[in-house]
Design a protein around this ligand. Structure first.
Ligand code: 8OZ
Length: 366
């Protein structure tokens, strides 16, 4: 029997993957509260999962204003860069590859998480119908302040600086988080972007911020080390849009010219069930892309193998399955049973539910 393509190597730009099973970005809220430095346990957590073809880190804020939840890590301070060095060294020591997901939450934040307790920033002063976690409990997201036109270039430049910081921390590359209703997605959608300047109105204008970020990041560290994640049909974080297929047709077509390491798409509703209507729309959007394509959302082993064998995807990102199965690649290879994660320890806490899930071999000898 030939090896399913899912378990064979791939080359994504400058990054060589040993297989096509990717660990999706997973927010775990365990960074050091005082300064958003990745947890001391993060190196062990990621290294345990290093047999993935590629690890994508949890979303990490590019600047203090880009933070929207308690205890998420940053990639802007020297201490954070040092903290991430432990992670990349541990993953590389085990032969893994790891990219950092760069994040600005925009309006998905709360004044208590912002420097000086001020309103978070967004394309327009429209509150999301969403909630965030402030360290004590779930709170409604705060009404944002609309970014002034003059402030936008600085945020674009901060993405580029974050990408340079990620490389300084030893990452193989970065993933631009343009999904799930955060800042870049807020610019794309007409429900959250009511601007009347060059960044609002037409689809071209709403996509301007995304393309400026891609331009700046690829200029800073190379397109062959830059990926991007989109979630065209996801209602995450109160996203609304009258014509997402038109918006993302423009975005995906425009991304082709950059020759990125990869495009990573959340197919359908993030973390939700798959449905045939969104599958048909996603297939049409996917067909527009000419480069390496990572598919995500609810893939079973069988569906993942079929998607990669058929060329529908070049790799598959698994999220929740990686929480409780550090050796997910080995389990998928063997068609072994998968462990179930404990939701109570997904967000926040220490080693429990983070670094204490056994591999299959450890579980069998325990
Ligand atoms: C779960 C909880 C908090 C944030 C995303 C970064 O949805 C997130 C996230 C997920 O992309």
């Amino acid at each position: 029997m030939t090896t399913p393509k899912l378990f064979t190597p791939a080359q994504f730009g400058a990054i060589s993957l040993a297989n096509r099973v990717v660990m999706a970005p997973l927010t775990r809220n365990r960074a050091r509260p005082a300064d958003d430095v990745p947890s001391d346990l993060a190196a062990e957590y990621y290294a345990q999962r290093a047999s993935a073809g590629l690890l994508i880190t949890e979303a990490s804020q590019i600047m203090p204003e880009g933070k929207g939840y308690a205890w998420t890590p940053g990639i802007y301070s020297p201490a954070q860069i040092e903290g991430w060095k432990n992670v990349t060294a541990a993953v590389h020591a085990k032969g893994g590859k790891i990219v950092l997901q760069m994040w600005h939450v925009g309006r998905i934040s709360h004044t208590s998480l912002q420097p000086g307790g001020v309103a978070p920033v967004a394309p327009s002063a429209i509150a999301a119908k969403s909630q965030t976690f402030d360290g004590k409990g779930f709170v409604p997201t705060s009404e944002p302040r609309a970014l002034a036109l003059e402030e936008i270039p600085q945020i674009v430049a901060t993405y580029a600086q974050a990408a340079r910081n990620a490389r300084a921390a030893g990452f193989d590359g970065v993933e631009i988080h343009a999904a799930n209703g955060y800042l870049i997605d807020q610019f794309l959608r007409d429900g959250s972007n009511h601007r009347t300047d060059a960044y609002g109105g037409s689809i071209e204008n709403r996509a301007r911020f995304l393309f400026e970020v891609v331009e700046a990041v690829t200029a800073a560290i190379g397109a062959d080390r830059t990926g991007i994640r989109l979630s065209p049909l996801s209602p995450s974080n109160g996203v609304t849009d009258t014509d997402p297929v038109a918006v993302f047709s423009h975005v995906i077509t425009g991304l082709n010219r950059f020759n990125l390491a990869y495009l990573h798409m959340v197919e359908g509703a993030t973390g939700g069930a798959r449905d045939t209507e969104s599958d048909a729309k996603m297939a049409a959007l996917r067909a527009l892309y000419t480069g390496n394509y990572i598919a995500n959302n609810g893939y079973t082993r069988t569906a993942a193998m079929a998607a990669v064998d058929s060329g529908a995807a070049d790799a598959i990102a698994f999220g929740k399955a990686f929480i409780a199965n550090p050796d997910l690649v080995e389990r998928l290879t063997l068609d072994a049973p998968l462990a179930e994660g404990d939701r109570a320890t997904y967000y926040g806490g220490g080693a429990k539910g983070y670094t204490d899930y056994p591999t299959l071999a450890e579980a069998e000898t325990a």
